[in-house]
Ligand binder design. Structure first.
Ligand code: SF4
Ligand code: SF4
Ligand code: FES
Length: 522
């Protein structure tokens, strides 16, 4: 029995013309039935509307990985993705990114497989060894089995900001290399460490790869584990070692004196309440190292205090007892040092009876919520944008001064958005500021493009401009024609401001933390 169409869905398809070497767009209307997949819709177009449309598929069962495309910005196989599940009346289809286009939606996947081949995705055994059974305990098997079902769909490579640089091996190849490192049958550790080389540090731990993987492989965590093996073996680049040494000696990755940790709060009126002075702090404001020590970011920290005070909140700071939260250190693979930093902060939280922490950086926010020993404290952890959105919603904060005619695009920080699922609070704050026209990046929310600063890359960036995620993102903002990129993360602010310098567009576009914009409107 024929199934009738539920609705008409518009398919906008971005296609590549190999003769003209440029992209163009075709639009089709498809009557969508219940259960129809995106691949079914493309086949409908090819059979009924445009036989020239070219795309790739094979198994139609989610096994071969050949059908992956970008659907409404998300890289994903399309043969088991139902159109009605997308919940939109318009669907944008694009070829995978980070691979050369061939025709229409077909990309050249050879660079993906070449990177994969480099890591030799099979067991490496000593030469001349007699063939015999391998024995393995179930607990060993369980460690690498979740990393094994990769279908080579290349969705992760397409979503990966670090992969705009060909030198980066890519998420699946790095994850697979690690999968064999922890397989007790594999005898190729030395080769596997060598193949990773110096470029693994380009991974920003943004988690885009993990979010898009159809096999739900936690690729981003596997890469952090791989880095931790390199750290254990002392095989780290000098620039990485410098950051880790700073964090070890000075308790902040910048290598500044902890005694100066409170310089950012000088001039605040009334002065910042300090937990070590008052002996107790139910609600704590935790300042990021960048904001504690760098003049540009100190301004943001003060703006956060002004806006939180406007909402009537009482809070204190740990002052010089505040150490780096350890997020970047952990994502660089230095687990022991992370534990040291985290245990210090966690015991300070306990000492001062802290039950709620407001963070300025999404990185502090993420570790306090998700990593031990912080997590076991059962703290209420809030990002300052969540606090301000609530204060605006309840009428405690009323921005009244208009920032007239300002076109603003909000850049989702990965540790706030992709990793923590906080998308609406910052937008609610920006929408409440009179005069601001909020514009969305094409790549937004879960498909947002990383600034390139995570996992310590903010201190170690040395790629040429075209290979920097920050420059790529800034170009996107310039194409949008916005006056301001609003951020809610010190690392995004830092990376994007550097990119504006590199492109020499500081006069054309400003990078502002949301707290600065809100403080200006109060
Ligand atoms: S975590 Fe981000 S930068 Fe690292 S491999 Fe995954 S997508 Fe790429
Ligand atoms: S790791 Fe996941 S997203 Fe990446 S190629 Fe394999 S199946 Fe696809
Ligand atoms: S066609 Fe094989 S995974 Fe989609």
């Amino acid at each position: 029995m024929a199934v009738s169409a539920v609705k008409i869905v518009k398919f906008i398809i971005r296609r590549y013309d190999p003769e003209k070497k440029e992209f163009f767009t075709s639009t089709y209307e498809v009557p969508v039935r219940k259960g129809m997949t995106v691949l079914d819709a493309l086949l409908y177009i090819k059979e009924n509307l445009d036989e020239t449309l070219t795309f790739r598929y094979s198994c139609r069962m989610g096994i071969c990985g050949s059908c992956a495309l970008r659907v409404n910005g998300k890289s994903t196989p399309i043969c088991n993705l139902q159109v009605l599940d997308l919940g939109t009346d318009t669907v944008l289809i694009e070829p995978l990114a980070n691979l050369p286009p061939i025709r229409d939606l077909v990309v050249d996947v050879r660079p993906f497989f070449e990177r994969f081949k480099t890591v030799r995705p099979y067991l490496l055994r000593p030469p001349g060894e007699p063939e015999e059974e391998f024995r393995q305990e179930p607990k060993v098997f369980k460690r690498y089995w979740p990393l094994s079902p990769c279908t080579s769909c290349a969705s992760c490579l397409s979503a990966c900001p670090a992969s705009i640089d060909d030198a980066f091996l890519g998420p699946s190849a790095l994850m697979t290399n690690y999968r064999f490192m922890i397989d007790t049958r594999d005898a190729g550790l030395e080769e596997r460490l060598k193949v990773v080389g110096d470029t693994i540090w380009l991974c920003t731990a943004c988690s885009s790869c993990t979010l898009v993987c159809p096999k739900e492989i936690d690729i981003a965590s596997a890469i952090v584990e791989e880095k931790s093996i390199l750290v254990e073996q002392g095989r780290i680049a000098r620039r990485i070692a410098d950051v880790l040494e700073n964090a070890m000696i000075y308790h902040n990755p910048l290598g500044r004196l902890q005694a100066k940790r409170l310089e950012w709060a000088e001039g605040l009126e009334p002065p910042l309440k300090l937990a070590p002075e008052v002996g107790k702090a139910d609600r704590l404001l935790f300042i990021c190292c960048l904001q504690a020590f760098e003049a540009r970011h100190q301004e943001v920290a003060r703006a956060v205090v002004r806006t939180l005070r406007a909402s009537g909140l009482d809070f204190a700071s740990l002052g010089p007892e505040e150490w780096c939260c350890g997020d970047h250190v952990l994502r660089m693979g230095e687990k022991g040092l992370f534990e040291e930093l985290a245990e210090h902060n966690a015991s300070a939280f306990e000492k001062y009876g802290v039950s709620e922490v407001i963070t300025v950086s999404p990185h502090c926010y993420y570790v306090f919520k998700n990593e031990e020993p912080y997590r076991q404290l059962g703290l209420t952890v809030l990002h300052y944008t969540e606090v301000l959105a609530e204060a605006i919603g309840s009428g405690k904060v009323r921005p009244s001064r208009a920032l007239k005619g300002l076109r603003v695009a909000f850049h989702d920080p990965c540790f706030l958005g992709k990793r923590s699922g906080v998308y609406e609070a910052p937008r609610q704050v920006l929408e409440a500021i009179p005069g601001i026209e909020l514009v969305e990046f094409g790549r937004n929310k879960e498909n947002s493009f990383c600034c390139g600063g995570g996992a310590g890359r903010v201190w170690t960036e040395e790629a040429e401009p075209e290979k920097r995620p920050s420059v790529n993102r800034l170009r996107e903002a310039l194409e949008l024609g916005v006056d301001v990129i609003a951020t809610a993360c010190p690392f995004c602010t830092c990376m994007l401001e550097d990119a504006a310098k590199v492109l020499d567009v500081e006069e054309k576009i400003a990078i502002r933390d949301m707290a600065e914009l809100l403080a200006q409107a109060l």
